[in-house]
Design a protein around this ligand. Structure first.
Ligand code: ADP
Ligand code: MG
Length: 382
């Protein structure tokens, strides 16, 4: 096991800088997931760690030791690829033992290690087969086994599940997590699939265009995305965004006779008006008329119950269901709400017909606010 540290690490191909100088600390024994859209530099970063590419600038430290110029074979880092990269003419056992063979590890030790890893991955009945006689999921297990037998300091995974069907992806995802729980080997895992990122990671690193946009614990990122890019990238379906302006609404306080009208802070998005929760008071106060982008996750919008229960929302214009996707466990509604195209998700089933008007309500605490110009998250009350 080991810690990994990247200090101002950059990578260019010719004149194109595909990784901007970046800093990243990966704790000993942690499971870090690099996530981001295709082409953002995830694989490049992993290849730099493995030593398959050299850094253009900066330092990579393994347990506080600089390894920039160390040969891949001497780094004690094992990488698992999307393409499995098994030797077709070698059996499963031989594939798994390959690295130990090169290192001249005694035969008996090789066999014991292969068998142990094969048992962990439930492929011990396949040891004498050739890769061509295995399914995709089994091949990926072999590739993982080959990495496992090396007992490396660090595991690197580059989209290992992308070639598998949904069922197998789920199975192997759990397998990878369980292997990590058993061995606690420092792991860096690359994916463009945010569900994999959320479910596997202790720590998520969101990348875009060769730089790190945000890093943190999965739920920290989900709950407080630093900008609209992360807000849309983490979470499925993506967060709904509304362009609007800060607009207080006046209401009479009936509890006090002759009282002045009170101001309730809110955001006006065309015909829709959303009251803001207390945490956004400082961001809103004194900013009436200023543009703002309001975000709501699909499960923070829901079909309103009987109108009398929530009078305030009665004033809100009705929405229209355009499309309904039902899975049995949940329903995903594609909705038009005053010109805003939204995703609304609820568990269970809904009794709404397409093109019928529906009253919607929101969970106000679920409101996110972003700067309309640069997309950055606004500051919540201290
Ligand atoms: P990701 O894994 O996030 O999809 P990559 O790390 O593979 O992205 O690629 C990042 C960028 O670097 C892409 O624009 C890609 O075209 C470019 N790139 C990767 N490898 C090379 C290379 N050997 N030569 C030139 N450009 C490369
Ligand atoms: Mg890649």
């Amino acid at each position: 096991m080991a810690s990994v540290e990247l200090i101002e690490v950059a990578k260019s191909y010719g004149k194109m800088q595909v990784l901007k100088p970046l800093n990243l600390s990966i704790e000993d024994g942690s499971f870090t997931v690099l996530v981001g859209p295709s082409g953002c530099g995830k694989s490049t970063l992993l290849r730099l760690l493995a030593g398959l590419e050299s850094v253009s600038d900066g330092d990579i430290l393994l347990d506080n030791r600089q390894i920039n110029n160390l040969d891949p074979a001497d780094r004690d880092i094992a990488m698992v690829f999307q393409s499995y990269a098994l030797y077709p003419h070698l059996t499963v056992a031989e594939n798994m033992a390959f690295h130990m063979q090169v290192k001249r590890v005694p035969k008996a030790e090789q066999q014991a290690k292969v068998l142990q890893a094969a048992k962990v991955l439930a492929i011990d009945h396949l040891l004498q087969r050739l890769p061509k006689d295995l399914s995709g999921g089994q091949r990926q297990r072999v590739a993982m086994g080959r990495a496992l037998v090396r007992s490396p300091k660090v595991f690197l995974f580059d989209e290992p599940l992308s070639n598998l069907d949904a069922q197998l992806r789920m199975e192997l995802r759990a397998e990878i997590k369980s292997v990590h729980q058993q061995f606690r080997t420092t792991t860096v895992y690359v994916t463009h699939d945010q569900i994999e990122a959320m479910t596997l990671a202790d720590r998520i690193v969101v990348m875009k265009d060769g730089y790190i946009v945000q890093q943190g614990e999965p739920l920290e990122i989900y709950d407080r995305p630093v900008n609209t890019f992360v807000a849309r990238f983490i979470g499925s379906p993506p967060m709904n965004l509304f362009n609007g302006v800060f607009a207080p609404r006046a209401f009479a306080d009936d509890s006090k006779i002759n009282s002045d009208a009170q101001q309730q802070l809110g955001v006006q998005c065309d015909a829709l008006w959303f009251a803001l929760p207390e945490k956004w008071r400082q961001a809103a106060e004194g900013n009436a008329g200023k543009p703002v982008t309001l975000g709501l996750r699909p499960h923070d919008i829901f079909i309103a119950r009987a109108a009398s229960e929530n009078d305030a929302q009665e004033a809100q214009p009705k929405a229209t269901l355009r499309l309904l996707e039902v899975t049995g466990e949940s329903s995903l509604m594609h909705i038009d709400w005053c010109g805003f195209a939204l995703h609304v998700q609820c568990s269970g089933r809904v009794q709404v017909s397409v093109d019928a008007p529906i009253a919607l309500d929101i969970r106000h605490e679920g409101i996110h606010l972003f700067d309309s110009e640069n997309g950055q998250r606004l500051q919540e009350n201290a």
